[in-house]
Design a protein around this ligand. Sequence first.
Ligand SMILES: NC(=O)c1ccc[n+]([C@@H]2O[C@H](COP(=O)([O-])OP(=O)(O)OC[C@H]3O[C@@H](n4cnc5c(N)ncnc54)[C@H](OP(=O)(O)O)[C@@H]3O)[C@@H](O)[C@H]2O)c1
Length: 284
Amino acid sequence: MEDKRKNIAIITGASSGIGESFVKYVAEDKGLFGGSPLEEIWIVARRESRLLELKEKLSDDRIRVVPCDLSSSVDKIEDLLKQEDPRIGLLINCAGLGKKGPVADRPAGDLEDTLDLNCTGLSVLTRICLPYMISRTSPFSRKDGPRIINIASSAAFLPQPGFASYAASKSFVVSFSRALDMELRPQGIAVTTVCPGPVRTEFEQLATDGKSKDFTGFRKYVSADPGKLAKASLRASKAGRHMFVYGISQKALHLVSKIVPSYWIIRMEGAALNKAGNEGETAK
Ligand SMILES: NC(=O)c1ccc[n+]([C@@H]2O[C@H](COP(=O)([O-])OP(=O)(O)OC[C@H]3O[C@@H](n4cnc5c(N)ncnc54)[C@H](OP(=O)(O)O)[C@@H]3O)[C@@H](O)[C@H]2O)c1
Protein backbone atom coordinates (compact mmCIF):
# COMPACT_ATOMS: atom_id res chain seq x y z
CA MET A 1 0.00 0.00 0.00
CA GLU A 2 1.29 3.45 -0.89
CA ASP A 3 2.62 5.48 2.04
CA LYS A 4 0.91 8.88 1.81
CA ARG A 5 2.89 10.49 4.60
CA LYS A 6 4.99 13.55 3.75
CA ASN A 7 8.70 12.91 3.35
CA ILE A 8 10.62 15.58 5.24
CA ALA A 9 14.13 16.75 6.16
CA ILE A 10 14.99 18.27 9.53
CA ILE A 11 18.05 20.54 9.68
CA THR A 12 19.20 22.05 12.98
CA GLY A 13 21.57 25.00 13.32
CA ALA A 14 19.90 26.40 10.20
CA SER A 15 20.06 30.08 11.15
CA SER A 16 23.75 30.48 10.28
CA GLY A 17 27.02 28.99 9.09
CA ILE A 18 27.19 25.34 8.10
CA GLY A 19 23.52 24.62 8.88
CA GLU A 20 22.36 27.49 6.66
CA SER A 21 24.49 26.11 3.81
CA PHE A 22 22.99 22.66 4.35
CA VAL A 23 19.49 24.13 3.91
CA LYS A 24 20.54 25.71 0.60
CA TYR A 25 22.03 22.50 -0.84
CA VAL A 26 19.30 20.23 0.47
CA ALA A 27 16.67 22.53 -1.10
CA GLU A 28 18.56 22.41 -4.43
CA ASP A 29 18.84 18.62 -4.33
CA LYS A 30 15.92 17.05 -6.15
CA GLY A 31 17.16 13.53 -5.46
CA LEU A 32 15.68 10.86 -3.23
CA PHE A 33 15.97 10.82 0.54
CA GLY A 34 14.59 7.69 2.15
CA GLY A 35 13.26 6.53 -1.22
CA SER A 36 11.40 9.65 -2.35
CA PRO A 37 11.94 13.39 -2.91
CA LEU A 38 11.61 15.79 0.01
CA GLU A 39 8.23 17.44 0.42
CA GLU A 40 9.10 19.61 3.42
CA ILE A 41 12.33 20.92 4.94
CA TRP A 42 12.03 21.82 8.62
CA ILE A 43 14.67 24.36 9.60
CA VAL A 44 15.45 24.61 13.30
CA ALA A 45 17.30 27.18 15.46
CA ARG A 46 16.42 29.75 18.14
CA ARG A 47 16.55 32.90 15.97
CA GLU A 48 13.24 32.79 14.15
CA SER A 49 13.92 36.02 12.23
CA ARG A 50 17.03 34.49 10.65
CA LEU A 51 15.10 31.35 9.68
CA LEU A 52 12.33 33.43 8.11
CA GLU A 53 14.93 35.46 6.17
CA LEU A 54 16.48 32.23 4.86
CA LYS A 55 13.08 30.89 3.79
CA GLU A 56 12.40 34.13 1.94
CA LYS A 57 15.85 34.16 0.33
CA LEU A 58 15.53 30.61 -0.96
CA SER A 59 11.84 31.14 -1.86
CA ASP A 60 11.11 27.45 -1.45
CA ASP A 61 7.58 26.63 -0.28
CA ARG A 62 8.76 23.35 1.18
CA ILE A 63 10.73 25.17 3.90
CA ARG A 64 9.02 25.22 7.28
CA VAL A 65 10.42 27.40 10.05
CA VAL A 66 10.59 25.63 13.44
CA PRO A 67 12.06 27.91 16.13
CA CYS A 68 13.32 25.80 19.03
CA ASP A 69 15.94 25.97 21.78
CA LEU A 70 17.43 22.49 21.56
CA SER A 71 19.46 22.88 24.74
CA SER A 72 16.37 23.07 26.90
CA SER A 73 13.98 20.60 25.26
CA VAL A 74 13.07 18.91 22.01
CA ASP A 75 9.41 18.53 23.10
CA LYS A 76 8.27 21.09 20.54
CA ILE A 77 9.67 19.03 17.68
CA GLU A 78 8.37 15.80 19.21
CA ASP A 79 4.84 17.29 19.44
CA LEU A 80 5.05 18.50 15.84
CA LEU A 81 6.15 15.04 14.69
CA LYS A 82 3.24 13.39 16.54
CA GLN A 83 0.81 15.89 15.04
CA GLU A 84 2.07 15.66 11.43
CA ASP A 85 3.22 12.02 11.42
CA PRO A 86 5.67 12.49 8.51
CA ARG A 87 8.42 10.21 7.23
CA ILE A 88 11.89 11.61 7.86
CA GLY A 89 14.18 11.08 4.88
CA LEU A 90 17.00 13.24 6.21
CA LEU A 91 18.05 14.52 9.63
CA ILE A 92 21.01 16.88 9.88
CA ASN A 93 22.15 17.63 13.43
CA CYS A 94 24.24 20.74 12.92
CA ALA A 95 23.40 22.99 15.90
CA GLY A 96 26.37 23.27 18.22
CA LEU A 97 28.43 25.62 20.33
CA GLY A 98 31.73 25.80 22.15
CA LYS A 99 33.28 28.23 24.63
CA LYS A 100 37.05 28.69 24.65
CA GLY A 101 39.16 29.04 27.77
CA PRO A 102 40.39 26.88 30.65
CA VAL A 103 37.56 25.13 32.51
CA ALA A 104 38.30 27.02 35.74
CA ASP A 105 37.93 30.36 33.94
CA ARG A 106 34.50 29.64 32.42
CA PRO A 107 31.18 29.90 34.26
CA ALA A 108 29.70 26.49 35.12
CA GLY A 109 26.69 27.41 32.95
CA ASP A 110 28.89 27.32 29.82
CA LEU A 111 29.70 23.67 30.48
CA GLU A 112 26.01 22.91 30.88
CA ASP A 113 25.05 24.77 27.69
CA THR A 114 27.71 22.97 25.66
CA LEU A 115 26.76 19.50 26.84
CA ASP A 116 23.00 20.19 26.74
CA LEU A 117 23.13 21.24 23.09
CA ASN A 118 26.03 19.24 21.61
CA CYS A 119 25.32 15.93 23.41
CA THR A 120 21.82 15.79 24.93
CA GLY A 121 20.05 17.86 22.27
CA LEU A 122 21.66 15.95 19.39
CA SER A 123 21.13 12.46 20.79
CA VAL A 124 17.59 13.01 22.11
CA LEU A 125 16.45 14.68 18.88
CA THR A 126 17.91 11.77 16.92
CA ARG A 127 16.10 9.29 19.18
CA ILE A 128 12.69 10.94 18.77
CA CYS A 129 13.15 11.04 14.99
CA LEU A 130 13.96 7.33 14.59
CA PRO A 131 10.36 6.03 14.60
CA TYR A 132 9.70 8.30 11.61
CA MET A 133 12.70 7.06 9.61
CA ILE A 134 11.37 4.19 7.55
CA SER A 135 13.39 2.61 4.81
CA ARG A 136 11.46 1.80 1.66
CA THR A 137 14.55 0.36 0.07
CA SER A 138 16.57 -2.78 0.61
CA PRO A 139 18.04 -2.86 4.10
CA PHE A 140 21.32 -3.77 2.44
CA SER A 141 21.53 -0.46 0.59
CA ARG A 142 22.96 2.38 2.65
CA LYS A 143 22.74 4.73 -0.28
CA ASP A 144 19.01 5.02 -0.80
CA GLY A 145 17.52 4.80 2.68
CA PRO A 146 16.85 7.57 5.20
CA ARG A 147 19.99 9.30 6.40
CA ILE A 148 21.34 11.12 9.40
CA ILE A 149 24.25 13.56 9.22
CA ASN A 150 25.79 14.46 12.57
CA ILE A 151 28.24 17.34 12.67
CA ALA A 152 31.09 16.56 15.03
CA SER A 153 34.52 18.20 14.68
CA SER A 154 38.21 17.38 14.37
CA ALA A 155 38.28 18.60 18.00
CA ALA A 156 36.85 15.15 18.76
CA PHE A 157 40.12 13.41 17.88
CA LEU A 158 41.96 14.39 21.07
CA PRO A 159 41.31 16.11 24.40
CA GLN A 160 41.92 19.86 24.00
CA PRO A 161 43.24 21.93 26.90
CA GLY A 162 41.59 25.34 26.52
CA PHE A 163 38.56 23.88 24.72
CA ALA A 164 37.98 20.87 26.96
CA SER A 165 34.20 20.61 27.17
CA TYR A 166 33.73 21.27 23.45
CA ALA A 167 36.30 18.64 22.39
CA ALA A 168 34.77 16.14 24.84
CA SER A 169 31.26 16.89 23.58
CA LYS A 170 32.37 16.26 19.99
CA SER A 171 34.03 12.97 21.03
CA PHE A 172 30.59 12.03 22.34
CA VAL A 173 29.06 12.91 18.95
CA VAL A 174 31.59 10.72 17.11
CA SER A 175 31.19 7.78 19.48
CA PHE A 176 27.38 8.00 19.60
CA SER A 177 27.00 8.40 15.84
CA ARG A 178 29.35 5.58 14.87
CA ALA A 179 27.63 3.15 17.22
CA LEU A 180 24.20 4.29 16.05
CA ASP A 181 25.23 3.76 12.43
CA MET A 182 25.92 0.10 13.19
CA GLU A 183 22.67 -0.30 15.15
CA LEU A 184 20.63 1.13 12.28
CA ARG A 185 22.26 -0.80 9.41
CA PRO A 186 19.66 -3.60 9.43
CA GLN A 187 16.98 -0.93 8.90
CA GLY A 188 18.81 0.68 5.97
CA ILE A 189 19.35 3.97 7.85
CA ALA A 190 22.81 5.49 7.34
CA VAL A 191 24.52 7.76 9.86
CA THR A 192 27.39 9.92 8.59
CA THR A 193 29.64 11.59 11.15
CA VAL A 194 31.26 14.74 9.79
CA CYS A 195 34.51 16.05 11.27
CA PRO A 196 35.55 19.44 9.92
CA GLY A 197 38.43 21.58 11.17
CA PRO A 198 38.03 25.36 11.40
CA VAL A 199 35.13 26.66 9.28
CA ARG A 200 34.49 30.35 8.53
CA THR A 201 31.21 30.98 10.39
CA GLU A 202 30.02 32.86 13.48
CA PHE A 203 31.30 29.98 15.62
CA GLU A 204 34.76 31.44 16.43
CA GLN A 205 33.31 34.80 17.46
CA LEU A 206 30.82 33.11 19.82
CA ALA A 207 33.47 30.72 21.14
CA THR A 208 35.76 33.60 22.10
CA ASP A 209 32.96 35.84 23.46
CA GLY A 210 33.51 38.24 20.56
CA LYS A 211 37.26 38.63 21.17
CA SER A 212 38.27 37.08 17.87
CA LYS A 213 36.09 37.20 14.79
CA ASP A 214 38.39 35.31 12.45
CA PHE A 215 40.81 32.45 12.78
CA THR A 216 44.48 33.35 13.15
CA GLY A 217 47.79 31.63 12.39
CA PHE A 218 47.75 28.13 10.91
CA ARG A 219 44.01 27.75 11.48
CA LYS A 220 43.35 30.68 9.16
CA TYR A 221 45.11 28.89 6.29
CA VAL A 222 43.27 25.62 6.78
CA SER A 223 39.86 27.15 7.49
CA ALA A 224 37.06 25.90 5.24
CA ASP A 225 34.13 27.47 3.45
CA PRO A 226 30.79 26.38 5.03
CA GLY A 227 29.10 25.93 1.64
CA LYS A 228 31.80 23.62 0.27
CA LEU A 229 31.74 21.62 3.51
CA ALA A 230 27.94 21.22 3.44
CA LYS A 231 27.97 20.14 -0.21
CA ALA A 232 30.78 17.61 0.34
CA SER A 233 29.06 16.25 3.48
CA LEU A 234 25.82 15.64 1.59
CA ARG A 235 27.81 13.80 -1.08
CA ALA A 236 29.57 11.70 1.58
CA SER A 237 26.20 10.83 3.14
CA LYS A 238 24.76 9.80 -0.22
CA ALA A 239 27.80 7.62 -0.82
CA GLY A 240 27.01 5.80 2.44
CA ARG A 241 30.14 7.01 4.26
CA HIS A 242 30.00 6.44 8.02
CA MET A 243 32.81 8.91 8.80
CA PHE A 244 33.77 11.98 6.81
CA VAL A 245 36.84 13.97 7.86
CA TYR A 246 36.83 17.15 5.77
CA GLY A 247 40.05 18.56 4.27
CA ILE A 248 43.62 17.33 3.85
CA SER A 249 44.91 19.05 7.01
CA GLN A 250 42.20 17.47 9.18
CA LYS A 251 42.77 14.03 7.58
CA ALA A 252 46.48 14.41 8.49
CA LEU A 253 45.52 15.41 12.04
CA HIS A 254 43.22 12.39 12.27
CA LEU A 255 46.09 10.12 11.25
CA VAL A 256 48.54 11.76 13.66
CA SER A 257 46.02 11.39 16.51
CA LYS A 258 45.96 7.65 15.83
CA ILE A 259 49.71 7.05 15.68
CA VAL A 260 51.36 9.57 18.03
CA PRO A 261 50.77 8.87 21.76
CA SER A 262 47.96 11.24 22.71
CA TYR A 263 49.63 12.26 25.98
CA TRP A 264 52.50 13.90 24.04
CA ILE A 265 50.14 15.99 21.93
CA ILE A 266 47.93 17.00 24.87
CA ARG A 267 51.02 17.96 26.86
CA MET A 268 52.25 20.19 24.02
CA GLU A 269 48.81 21.80 23.74
CA GLY A 270 48.69 22.29 27.51
CA ALA A 271 52.15 23.87 27.53
CA ALA A 272 51.15 26.26 24.72
CA LEU A 273 47.98 27.22 26.60
CA ASN A 274 49.85 27.87 29.84
CA LYS A 275 52.53 29.90 28.01
CA ALA A 276 49.83 32.06 26.39
CA GLY A 277 48.14 32.46 29.80
CA ASN A 278 51.39 33.50 31.49
CA GLU A 279 52.19 35.98 28.72
CA GLY A 280 48.69 37.46 29.15
CA GLU A 281 49.27 37.79 32.91
CA THR A 282 52.64 39.54 32.34
CA ALA A 283 51.11 41.93 29.82
CA LYS A 284 48.37 43.03 32.27
N1 LIG B 1 32.94 26.73 12.60
C1 LIG B 1 33.84 25.84 12.95
O1 LIG B 1 35.05 26.13 13.00
C2 LIG B 1 33.42 24.42 13.25
C3 LIG B 1 34.40 23.41 13.17
C4 LIG B 1 34.02 22.10 13.43
C5 LIG B 1 32.71 21.80 13.76
N2 LIG B 1 31.78 22.81 13.83
C6 LIG B 1 30.42 22.44 14.21
O2 LIG B 1 29.55 22.80 13.17
C7 LIG B 1 28.24 23.02 13.67
C8 LIG B 1 27.69 24.33 13.10
O3 LIG B 1 28.51 25.39 13.56
P1 LIG B 1 28.76 26.70 12.70
O4 LIG B 1 30.22 26.77 12.46
O5 LIG B 1 27.84 26.78 11.57
O6 LIG B 1 28.46 27.79 13.83
P2 LIG B 1 27.35 28.92 13.92
O7 LIG B 1 27.37 29.77 12.71
O8 LIG B 1 27.58 29.56 15.25
O9 LIG B 1 25.98 28.11 13.94
C9 LIG B 1 25.51 27.46 15.08
C10 LIG B 1 24.06 27.12 14.87
O10 LIG B 1 23.57 26.43 16.04
C11 LIG B 1 22.36 27.05 16.45
N3 LIG B 1 22.18 26.96 17.89
C12 LIG B 1 23.03 27.40 18.86
N4 LIG B 1 22.50 27.19 20.07
C13 LIG B 1 21.28 26.61 19.85
C14 LIG B 1 20.25 26.16 20.72
N5 LIG B 1 20.35 26.26 22.05
N6 LIG B 1 19.13 25.62 20.17
C15 LIG B 1 19.01 25.52 18.82
N7 LIG B 1 19.95 25.93 17.97
C16 LIG B 1 21.08 26.46 18.47
C17 LIG B 1 22.53 28.53 16.04
O11 LIG B 1 21.27 29.13 15.88
P3 LIG B 1 20.56 30.12 16.94
O12 LIG B 1 21.65 30.93 17.59
O13 LIG B 1 19.64 30.92 16.08
O14 LIG B 1 19.84 29.22 17.89
C18 LIG B 1 23.20 28.37 14.69
O15 LIG B 1 22.23 28.14 13.70
C19 LIG B 1 28.38 23.01 15.19
O16 LIG B 1 27.94 21.77 15.67
C20 LIG B 1 29.87 23.17 15.42
O17 LIG B 1 30.29 22.58 16.62
C21 LIG B 1 32.10 24.10 13.58
